[in-house]
Design a protein around this ligand. Structure first.
Ligand code: GDP
Ligand code: IMO
Ligand code: MG
Length: 442
């Protein structure tokens, strides 16, 4: 029996969907613990491309139990569309999918407010996915949110909606000069969703713990990445949930004692979508080339992803927080054509306010631990080490010995510098384009 977590190490889009799909073979259950339909997890099976948003990527395998945990926020319309989209492609979604009664509901005003808040922030906007994630988690914490189980009691739902809509309409009218939402319209829309989703809603804490206790292997699927974690990411340029490993326990009601392995999915370079500091960003032709070769466009919003070099400083931070038992290093093939690669080993920073000892002495600060303050991180300059490229195709390579020497040297350099074990190296989009050095389930 073994229960493994898959977590994004960077700013999301590391290839978690592919790794979850790969590891699902060894699992009986796949469970999502946080986030919502801001996530886009791509899985390529043969020539078919699937992008999963809220439904665990394990749904694409027959006979697996898929759970959406209490830590997830659900936009019912988007979830129904996702279910119907899969069914149209002959993927079975029925008695294999369970939704926690405790997961929170994204309401139309959450989506609306997400957009309005962003607009009002101007240049400082976060660059959210516009899916209502932040406002929905905000209501969860304010204890005014709806949980999926609230949808099952029409009377209670309407009563609470009446109070919520009153507050929201005040804000919409007075702060944003927006037209009001209709209580009746929202109520009847959500009651339709309730009818559709009711058969899926259950107490997933009881279900999941029973499955674990009966010896079933579980894969915990993370969304986003550690640097987008609300507590440990580059706040405020983060998402609104705990995307790092801690989210598993709170987002599914599972004891940390039941976690046997934590696989960090790490891109062989770095990408970020939306705003916020990114010290190793390449704002040049090379950044553009990596974007093109890596197909770095958002799976959910289609936005171009910002691209840059691997960053050991932020990776060390992510490793410290998650305690990875192994790493799945993805998209190695994207770097195939480069003469030289760079890796950031430290940051330098010149404090404009001259607050620190270094600046008083007239020298720049040097950080090997990631500063907590996004404003400081914004001003950090990377210190690079150069690594020789391999200039040979690695696409589809399945054995370590078939990887070019310099590519293996890059992998070893990452592993040794960060003191992490590399379990998997991914060399392409497809399920079988992978070198497995150690199966996390064995
Ligand atoms: P996720 O959100 O972490 O699941 O990642 P996304 O699906 O948003 O983005 C990862 C993208 O990289 C997808 O288009 C994947 O098909 C693709 N991908 C994953 N692993 C590899 C790889 O090893 N090589 C290449 N070239 N593409 C990959
Ligand atoms: P997956 O699971 C990459 C980013 C947004 C924005 C910030 C806040 O596919 O890796 P939000 O809508 O969550 O309030 O936006 O977080 N973001 C992601 N970036 N991958 C994701 O998910 C993301 N989900 C949110 O771009 O910067
Ligand atoms: Mg994604």
């Amino acid at each position: 029996m073994s229960n493994i977590v898959v977590v994004g190490v960077q700013w999301g889009d590391e290839g978690k969907g592919k790794i979850v799909d790969l590891l699902t073979e060894n699992a009986r259950v796949v469970a999502r613990y946080q986030g919502g339909h801001n996530a886009g997890h791509t899985v390529i099976i043969k020539d078919e491309k699937y992008v999963l948003h809220v439904i665990p990527s394990g749904i694409l395998h027959k006979g697996k139990t898929c759970i959406i945990g209490n830590g997830v926020v659900i936009e019912p319309k988007a979830l129904i569309e996702e279910i119907e989209g899969l069914r149209k492609r002959n993927v079975y979604v029925g008695k294999n999918l369970f939704i926690s009664g405790g997961s929170h509901v994204i309401m139309p005003y959450h989506t609306l407010l997400d957009g309005k808040n962003e607009e009002s922030m101007g240049k400082k906007k976060i660059g959210t996915t516009g899916r209502g994630i932040g406002p929905a988690y905000c209501d969860k914490m304010s204890r005014t949110g709806f949980r999926m189980l609230d949808l099952l009691d029409g009377g209670r739902f309407r009563e609470k909606l009446k109070a919520n809509i009153k507050d929201v309409n005040f804000l919409l009218e007075n702060k944003f000069q927006n037209k009001k939402l209709s209580l009746e319209k929202v109520n009847s829309e959500y009651m339709r969703y309730a009818d559709y989703l009711a058969p899926f809603i259950t107490d997933t804490v009881v279900l999941l713990n029973k499955l674990i206790d009966s010896g079933k292997n579980v894969l915990f699927e993370g969304a986003q990445g550690t640097l987008l974690d609300i507590d440990h990411g580059t706040y405020p340029y983060v998402t609104s949930s705990n995307s790092s490993v801690g989210g598993v326990c709170t987002g599914l009601g599972v004891s940390p004692r039941k976690i046997d392995g934590i696989v960090g999915v790490m891109k062989a370079y770095t990408t970020r979508v939306g705003g916020g500091p990114f010290p190793t960003e390449l704002n040049d032709k090379l950044g553009e080339e990596i974007r093109l070769k890596g197909g770095e466009y958002g799976a959910t919003t289609g936005r171009p992803r910002r691209c840059g070099w691997l960053d050991f400083v932020s990776l060390k931070h992510a490793i410290r927080i998650n305690g990875f038992t192994g790493i799945a290093l993805t998209k190695l093939d994207v770097l195939d054509e480069l003469d030289t690669l760079k890796v950031c080993v430290a940051y330098t920073y010149e404090d404009p306010y001259k607050r620190c000892e270094c600046s008083k002495k007239g020298v720049a600060c040097r950080f090997t631990d990631m500063p907590q303050d996004a404003m400081i991180l914004e001003g950090c300059k990377p210190v690079y080490k150069e690594v020789k490229g391999w200039k040979t195709s690695t696409q589809g390579v399945k054995k370590l010995k078939d990887l070019p020497k310099q590519a293996r040297a890059y992998i070893d350099y990452i592993s040794e510098s960060l003191n992490v074990k590399i379990d998997i190296v991914s060399t392409g989009q497809r399920r079988d384009e992978v070198v497995i050095l150690r199966n996390p389930f064995k």
